[in-house]
Design a protein around this ligand. Sequence first.
Ligand code: UDX
Ligand code: UDX
Length: 455
Amino acid sequence: MKTILCIGAGYVGGPTMAMIARKCPNHRVVVVDIDAARIKAWQSDRLPIYEPGLQELVQKSLNKNLFFSTDVAQGIREADIIFVSVNTPTKTFGQGAGRAADLQYWEKTAREIKANSTSDKIVVEKSTLPVRTAEAMERILHSGNKTVHFEVLSNPEFLAEGTAVKDLENPDRVLIGGHATESGRRAQAALAEVYAHWVPQDRILTTSVWSSELSKLAANAFLAQRISSINSLSALCERTEADVTEVARAIGMDARIGARFLNASVGFGGSCFKKDILNLVYLCQHYGLAEVAAYWEQVVTMNEYQEDRFVRNMIAAMFNTVAGKRIAVFGFAFKADTGDTRESPAIRVCRFLADERAAVVVTDPEALGNAKKDLADLGDKISYEPDPYKAAAGAHALAITTDWDEYKALDFRKIYTSMVKPAFIFDGRNCLNHQELFEIGFSVHPIGKVPLSHL
Ligand code: UDX
Ligand code: UDX
């Protein structure tokens, strides 16, 4: 039996450890966090994050071989393997502000590990980190007293929110970066043993630490780049009467391109894409690779352009003014099946609309709490309504910003009747049946397609 500790009970740490505990009944898994309220929530039937299937997963192992605690020091003392999954937000101050990763929590955690360790440990970077962070961590861990040996591995997490449990259960690959030394290999093997409880051997990939760290940034940059690429074409489609869904389908059938991640949208959100690309950009600049940095930065620029373009299209269609008009924003989560709103395109959309003095009402089945926090500074310029029908009543337009399944099942006839005419729908996710809506009477403005307008 091994004792596995995870420091940081967030979106990454919590679900990952719940899966390890479930699949490895022979190991003891402890998750610690400095946030006592969060730890309490993990022990309750109202988890701090919303993920399909997670509550059941946690319940199966809770207090059997899965424990949540705020005692970081004790957790460290008892652990054989320590996952570090604290947050690494983009720096908001000083050198590299707005681009570089803020590593203060990571460094603090490394120092805590060092201070409380009395036996050898494997320290696993689970947080996404700039390339060569492991080196800095090793130096901190091995500074001063050298009686304890720390072996640092990089094991990035590729789970996507909303499908975390599925992704953890059946990962495309598990990446374990380690040093090419004997103790490095041994540590890689020890971590591989944990995953081998449920992941096929050929999907467990071992690489150098640096390749592993870079692969995580690269994977997110490539995924985001695909979305920005199709979104750039959506602007062209709107001008040329090409249909972006048809274009995506046609290019996606080329096996070399592949069909996934080609859905044009109001923009990508989430805690990772923007942060990781900006991190990559900062790294490239640091190494004097200005052209490489500019190439990746454009992926983020294109995303912001797409978010703004969505609102500019709304204003243009609604007779060049939205001032005083009620606009119902459908969906505030950055994607369906999550309450997470980090970097959600709805944030920028709402702010832009509020600047234009629209009367914005936000509805979302899971994310209204976060929405209120994100837009707190806008005060009563924004209102919040859990019921989509009530949100739509009296509105001039609906802006679909999250592709929640329940929005597809709404009674749009009823909604149409309750709205000011002409009634507009701006489908920022291309998730509704546009022809049907048009026949009901709506003027429909999808992304990357010719609008269906009654005007
Ligand atoms: C975070 C990063 O955002 C992501 O880039 C990285 O890959 C993994 O870690 P996430 O799990 O989504 O992802 O972060 P978050 O939900 O903010 O959780 C981090 C947790 O760490 C928080 O609960 C926070 O309280 C905790 N924490 C932070 C500590 O326990 N100790 C600290 O010193 C700092
Ligand atoms: C992403 C990566 O997929 C995951 O591997 C990594 O570990 C963390 O970052 P996540 O941010 O949870 O996961 O969500 P993802 O499903 O990748 O979606 C990101 C954003 O892109 C969402 O706003 C989504 O709506 C948008 N998106 C996705 C599109 O606009 N079009 C697409 O075709 C796909």
